[in-house]
Design a protein around this ligand. Structure first.
Ligand code: SF4
Length: 217
C-alpha cells in the first residue's frame, strides 16, 4: 500500500498532529487542511489561506522572527496560515515539506523496519574536515546531546540512536523527549524520529572534538 494511502487511513483512525502541524480533515472545505497547532482554535477566516502542497515549502522556510529555519525539526514554525489539500497524495507531499521523511520514518518504525545508525558509526564514516569528529570522547558526545538536541535546543525529534550499541544516551530532557510537541494525546500524533545524528550535530561534534584535543595540549 502507498504511504499516502496508509497516511489517509491513519488520519481516519484519529491521527491529528505531526510536530507543530495540526492535521484537520474537517476544515476549510478541503479533503485535508493543515494549520499550526497553536491556531487549532482560531477562526479559520482569520488565517491566511494557501492551497496545494507546494505552499508548505514557503510556510516552513522562514520563522516568525524572519530567521531561516536551518532544520525543519526546529521548534519555530510560524503561525497564521491554513493549507488546503485536495488528496492524500497532496497531504503526504505537504507533510514531507514540513517534516522531510517524517511520515515514512514513523511508518517504518511501526513496521519494525527503521534502520538506526548509532553515533560512533555515523562519526566514523565522516571524511574531509569532519573526520575530526571521530575523536570525540563518550563524555563529550553525551554532553553534546544535552547541548544540541531536544526542545530546549529547539529540536523536537525523538532520538533513537545511542553512542554505540553498548552505550545508551544518559538521561536528559533531550534523550527523554518523545517527538511529540506539547501536552497532546500521544496516540493521535506522529512522533518525529531521529534515526541518525544530523549534519548540525556532526558539525558540533567536530568543534567539540577539536576543543577536547586543544585542552589536552
Ligand atoms: S541529532 Fe537529531 S535530535 Fe539532535 S539536533 Fe539533530 S535532528 Fe535533532
Amino acid at each position: 500500500m502507498k504511504l499516502a494511502e496508509r497516511l489517509s487511513q491513519a488520519i481516519a483512525a484519529g491521527i491529528r498532529r505531526i510536530g507543530q502541524v495540526s492535521i484537520r480533515p474537517d476544515l476549510a472545505g478541503a479533503a485535508y487542511a493543515l494549520c499550526h497547532i497553536e491556531d487549532e482554535a482560531a477562526d479559520p477566516h482569520s488565517l491566511e489561506i494557501h492551497n496545494g502542497a507546494a505552499a508548505a515549502r514557503d510556510i516552513s522556510t522562514w520563522a516568525e522572527d524572519g530567521h531561516y529555519r536551518f532544520t525543519k525539526s526546529e521548534l519555530s514554525l510560524k503561525r497564521g496560515w491554513i493549507l488546503r489539500l485536495s488528496s492524500a497524495d497532496e497531504l503526504k507531499q505537504a507533510l514531507d515539506l514540513f517534516y522531510p521523511a517524517g511520515v515514512g520514518l514513523w511508518m517504518a518504525d511501526k513496521d519494525d523496519h527503521l534502520k538506526i545508525e548509532h553515533l560512533r558509526d555515523k562519526l566514523n564514516r565522516q571524511t574531509g574536515m569532519y573526520r575530526f569528529a571521530r575523536n570525540l570522547g563518550d563524555a563529550g558526545a553525551q554532553k553534546l546531546v544535552r547541548e544540541v538536541c531536544g526542545p530546549s535546543n529547539c529540536c523536537v525529534k525523538k532520538i533513537l540512536w545511542q553512542i554505540d550499541s553498548n552505550t545508551p544516551l544518559e538521561d536528559s530532557e533531550a534523550s527523554r523527549f518523545d517527538g511529540v510537541v506539547g501536552a497532546f494525546d500521544r496516540q493521535a500524533a506522529i512522533p518525529l524520529l531521529c534515526r541518525e545524528a544530523c549534519n548540525h550535530f556532526v558539525a558540533e561534534a567536530r568543534k567539540a572534538s577539536k576543543a577536547e584535543n586543544d585542552a589536552k595540549r
